[in-house]
Design a protein around this ligand. Structure first.
Ligand SMILES: O=C(O)CCC(=O)C(=O)O
Length: 277
């Protein structure tokens, strides 16, 4: 019996590679998180750029609580099992009337995992819809690893501009329309991307990558956070921050982020690593 989702939800995720929308946080909980994000942005001088986009739950206690929220983890457990590592997370924030976009890609293409398993929970801090460049997926594309190329572009929010070398039929794209406090979940291998924000309001999501703990990396050893169940020793385990801007957490984050970025920028595409092409 699933803990939070329905059997039909689980089947939909397995068949189509995504599930959306899923309501996790109450309006009060999300209003509080939204305020905390505003404080974080102010302290970081406005736009979250560079390393603070990656895994700031390593030094922000409120965000650490969010990524371990029992309801959120129940939904993740229903799809990937009880032993769960949080492998990575990233802010995807689009300001009003900006050109930022995300090229269509498969996450697993550059994650260098020994199996393309796991999912991203994309938590909406504000409304996200077609007007402000919500995420889109191409259903059923999570079964085959496809070739990618790095297409760096000024407004592409992906560090490598990775783009799937595969014709995308826009008519097949499904929009993830989310209210604040809802999330979508997409499979590590599903083709997804998003267009620019042509609206007057911000689009804010924290995309949290969860994998089963039996998964390992093919590249250099990295860190991950055990959020539920048993560890299998494949990653260095990340400690909990005791408070916001915990000095140990800030130091740890800087080191882990450097390691993550080095590996990410050097990673070979999945098609070459696993010979799945
Ligand atoms: O936020 C977006 O538009 C894309 C996010 C994304 O690529 C991801 O969460 O894997």
């Amino acid at each position: 019996m699933p803990k939070m989702l329905s059997e039909a939800n689980v089947k939909q995720f397995n068949d189509a590679g995504y599930l959306s929308p899923i309501t996790i946080f109450t309006p009060d909980e999300m209003a509080n998180y939204r305020t905390r994000l505003g404080e974080f942005e102010t302290r970081e001088g406005g736009k979250l750029a560079g390393g603070v986009r990656n895994k700031p739950h390593l030094f922000l206690r409120w965000l650490y609580d969010l990524v371990r929220h029992p309801k959120l983890l129940d939904a993740v457990e229903d799809l990937i099992g009880p032993d769960i590592l949080l492998f990575h997370a990233q802010w995807f924030i689009k300001e009003p009337n900006t050109k930022d976009f995300v090229s269509f890609h498969q996450d697993s293409a550059y994650w260098a995992l020994n199996e393309a398993q796991g999912l991203s929970a994309w938590v909406a801090f504000e409304y996200s819809g077609p007007e402000n460049g919500c995420m889109q997926v191409i259903p059923g594309t999570h079964t085959v690893a496809l070739e990618h190329e790095d297409k760096l572009a000024k407004d592409n929010m992906l560090w490598r501009g990775q783009t799937v070398k595969h014709e995308i039929d826009p008519a097949k794209a499904v929009d993830f329309v989310l209210q604040p406090g809802q999330m979508s979940m997409h499979h590590a291998r599903i083709i997804h991307g998003s267009g620019p924000n042509g609206s007057g309001s911000r689009r804010i999501g924290y995309s949290i990558r969860y994998i089963p703990s039996h998964i390992s990396r093919l590249g250099a050893r990295e860190s991950a956070m055990l959020v539920r169940g048993k560890d299998r020793g494949n990653f260095d385990l990340e400690p909990a921050p005791r408070m916001d801007y915990d000095p140990d957490g800030v130091r740890f984050h800087a080191e882990m982020n450097r390691r993550y970025m080095d590996n990410y920028m050097a990673a070979q595409p999945e098609t070459l690593l696993t010979g799945t092409r």
